[in-house]
Design a protein around this ligand. Structure first.
Ligand code: ADP
Length: 246
């Protein structure tokens, strides 16, 4: 069995007496496209929040590669240790070009001040070029990011996350507001991303989950209700009762 990249052991996130996540055991394996689904209030966002350090686990451990408990580390430290998150709303710089946006992400990795001129090594130049290629924006590299289509903005932001070279990428509803064509392209992009790392995605669109999931975790009331392939999820009576309401 392959070693889990990320392991949550009995993690609880308590908001003034309310446990949004309650003694949750959860693992993410390498090279998996791992979806988390569940009804509103199930604890999906809190799960991503506590993995990336935005919310603090009140008890339990979050281990990366079986060691390094992340529960006390800052968000910045967690990014540097290999977990990067793209939030739902794009946060790209609209008045900078596509290329400049990627360069800013690269500067963050090198911990350079945003306005400082950086000299890129050959490897870094290649990495930026590879990212443009991956998200199919080579032709648009000198265009202002604000002029891109919605899907392209989302892909640019995913690339800005990937420049940080994470082992695990966390995505929050990556296809929200996208056209069918953009959704398909995003699914292909996510599949490619998982060739070298793990991708953990909170998603509501069940067709999308079914098309691209290696594994699906169903959350309910801060705990794992069921885990398996989307076919198994859809056929599980507990899931049908709690989540699908039938
Ligand atoms: P989901 O993403 O599955 O919809 P969330 O993780 O956003 O669920 O929320 C899980 C539960 O925790 C909800 O009942 C929500 O109201 C509660 N919750 C989330 N964040 C906070 C917070 N900062 N303070 C208090 N309660 C919160």
């Amino acid at each position: 069995m392959s070693e889990n990249m990320l392991t949550l052991q009995k993690v609880t996130v308590d908001f003034s007496g309310f446990k949004a996540i309650n003694e949750l055991d959860f693992q993410v394996a390498p090279n998996n496209v791992h979806f988390v689904i569940g009804p509103n209030g199930a604890g999906k966002t809190t799960l991503l929040d506590c993995i990336c350090g935005k919310s603090r686990a009140t008890s339990g451990a979050i281990l990366l590669h079986g060691k390094k408990d992340l529960t006390k580390r800052s968000e910045e430290k967690i990014v540097h240790q290999g977990i990067a998150r793209k939030f739902q709303a794009p946060s790209i710089f609209h008045k900078l070009t596509v290329m400049e946006n990627l360069e800013i992400a690269m500067k963050q990795k090198k911990r350079l001040f945003a306005m400082m001129k950086a000299k890129w090594t050959k490897t870094e130049k290649q990495s930026i070029h590879d990212m443009l290629d991956l998200i199919d924006l080579i032709e648009e590299k000198d265009e202002l990011a604000g002029t891109l289509a919605h899907g392209q903005k989302q892909w640019l932001e995913i690339a800005m996350v990937l420049v940080q070279e994470p082992d695990i990428v966390l995505l929050d509803e990556p296809i929200a507001g996208m056209s069918k064509k953009e959704r398909d392209k995003t699914g292909e992009l996510i599949t490619k991303i998982a060739e070298d790392r793990a991708v953990l995605i909170v998603e509501h669109d069940m067709d999308f989950v079914k098309s691209y999931a290696d594994i699906v975790t169903v959350m309910h009331e801060g705990q794992v209700l069921f885990e398996g392939s989307m076919d198994e999820v859809q056929n599980d009576p507990k899931v049908r009762e709690v989540y699908l309401g039938r």
